[in-house]
Design a protein around this ligand. Structure first.
Ligand code: AMP
Length: 396
């Protein structure tokens, strides 16, 4: 990465303000997945080893609609982080204003403070300079380690860089390095796998990847729109009628790089307990049935393509993986990627649902890199620069 990181600046005796991505799933005040908190720990430990005056953390959590809402409070994260860091983490019930200012001032030398959700202020998403300035007043140096929010120019990600020297954290560096090396300088064959519900969300990703990969494997609901473009009957399968023409054009210009499923597992209801059958796509889907997963022949076909891959990037499930009866395709791909990693391939999972599926299947430790930011990694796959990264200091 051509940006300065925490390793490139002096942090001793400084108040270090860090934008982390603690946007964790909560059930009440219980954190159901602490991956993002654990992912920030190396940066935070590194900063603490440099003996800063204070370490002040800020993040968003969820999408609070109208100001402060206890449902979206970051308070439960403080004790979880405290356990992971092995040091006291204080919590301030606001991210700016008197409460936050006092909490920062009251910190003991080298103390750690987590500020309340930055999105309790509308100005965060609006990149309001006034909010950015107030947030920046908590630090002498700014570190952005929130890869999951780097694709947004918000007050807490981009705005603050106008007021403080700004560098990258170690997680941000790792995320950018893995994805940019894969995209700009991949060991070949380079295979991308895309899945999920909609083609329309991923048109730019497909276009950009077609210029880079050796093959692009498409699964999940988004494959249906391509099938429609090829004239197959699809019963009640999810199809995006207004994306059929685009799918047709993508097929035309793909130069044979797009690989579509050849069979599917269909259900007679959108339900885990539906009756199921496996059909060849070419035979069509009966009325009242819908494709809910890729079939065994497709898993075999994808496996063949992946068998000599040296770089693999995967984003999006192969079927309705939330229902166990339609998770087989997604789990099979996770297994193939884990095996390929053992054979020396670099495997990267672009966050979101596919990351969740790999975590759930217990294969996460056998994947080279699982991104903490689904949206941000998709934008990188689209070939876009991330504003939260662009704003950081360039390496000399
Ligand atoms: P996305 O947000 O576009 O990555 O899509 C993820 C969602 O796609 C998941 O919730 C899956 O259940 C859904 N999905 C994957 N395959 C299918 C399919 N064949 N039919 C309907 N939904 C699907």
């Amino acid at each position: 990465m051509n940006k300065m990181t925490v390793r490139d600046i002096d942090l001793k005796g400084k108040r270090v303000l860090v934008r982390v991505d603690f946007n964790v799933p909560l059930e009440g005040s219980k954190i159901t997945d602490d991956t993002r908190i654990r992912a920030a720990v190396p940066t935070l430990k590194y900063i603490l080893e440099q003996k800063p005056k204070a370490l002040v953390l800020m993040s968003h959590l969820g999408r609070p609609k109208d100001g402060p809402d206890p449902k979206f409070s970051l308070a439960p994260v403080a004790p979880a982080l405290e356990a992971l860091l092995g040091t006291k983490v204080a919590f301030a019930g606001d991210c700016v204003g008197e409460v936050a200012d006092k909490a920062v001032a009251d910190l003991p030398d080298g103390g750690v403070l987590l500020l309340e959700n930055t999105r309790f202020y509308k100005g965060d998403e609006k990149n309001d300079p006034d909010l950015a300035k107030k947030l920046a007043s908590h630090g002498d140096v700014f570190v952005n380690d929130a890869f999951g929010s780097a694709h947004r120019a918000h007050a807490s990600t981009e705005g603050v860089t106008k007021y403080l020297p700004a560098v990258s954290g170690l997680l941000m560096e790792k995320e950018i390095d893995y994805l940019s090396t894969a995209l700009d300088n991949p060991k070949r064959p380079f295979i991308a796998i895309l899945g999920g519900a909609k083609v329309s969300d991923k048109i730019e990703v497909i276009e950009s990847l077609l210029g880079k990969v050796d093959h692009l494997l498409i699964g999940g609901g988004m494959a249906n729109t391509f099938f429609k473009a090829q004239g197959y009957t699809l019963g009640k399968s999810l199809v995006e009628a207004d994306a059929v023409e685009t799918a047709s054009k993508l097929l035309e210009k793909s130069g044979g790089k797009l690989v579509l499923p050849v069979d599917g597992v269909i259900g007679d209801a959108f339900d885990n307990n539906a009756n199921t059958k496996t059909i060849a796509v070419a035979d069509g889907v009966p009325d009242d049935w819908r494709i809910l997963d890729i079939g065994p022949k497709t898993i075999e076909l994808f496996k063949q393509h992946l068998s000599d891959a040296k770089t693999v990037v995967w984003n999006g499930p192969m079927g309705v993986f939330e229902m166990s009866n339609f998770a087989k395709g997604t789990n099979a791909i996770a297994q193939i990627l884990a095996d390929q990693t053992d054979y020396g391939a670099v495997t990267i999972i672009g966050g979101g649902d596919s990351a969740a599926a790999v975590e759930a299947s217990g294969l996460a430790s056998r994947i080279t890199h699982i991104s903490t930011g689904g949206g941000a990694s998709l934008e990188m796959l689209e070939g876009k620069a991330l504003p939260g990264v662009v704003a950081l200091k360039d390496k000399a």
